[in-house]
Ligand binder design. Structure first.
Ligand code: SF4
Length: 73
């Protein structure tokens, strides 16, 4: 990886997925990063960006909807 700040959504604390979804490559969720949240980005486990921050995903109902529910939690 050339950019040390870049990482995958499935390893990022700003990834929000459904309450019982598995943390897998093709699981869909929403990005709740402070700067990206307004865009309601629907991202998979193998999506990624340089706003990455390692941690466990948040969980919440509607995280995989279209558009996704990006509320806190
Ligand atoms: S898009 Fe970036 S900040 Fe958002 S969950 Fe994925 S890696 Fe994290």
């Amino acid at each position: 990886m050339s950019d040390a700040g870049w990482g995958l959504c499935k390893d990022c604390r700003w990834w929000k997925i459904e309450p019982h979804a598995a943390v897998q490559n093709l699981t869909m969720g929403v990005c709740i990063d402070e700067k990206l949240r307004p865009f309601e980005l629907r991202v998979s486990g193998i999506s990624g960006c340089d706003r990455f921050d390692e941690g466990k995903p948040h969980r919440g109902e509607g995280a995989s909807d279209m558009p996704p529910a990006s509320g806190a939690g």
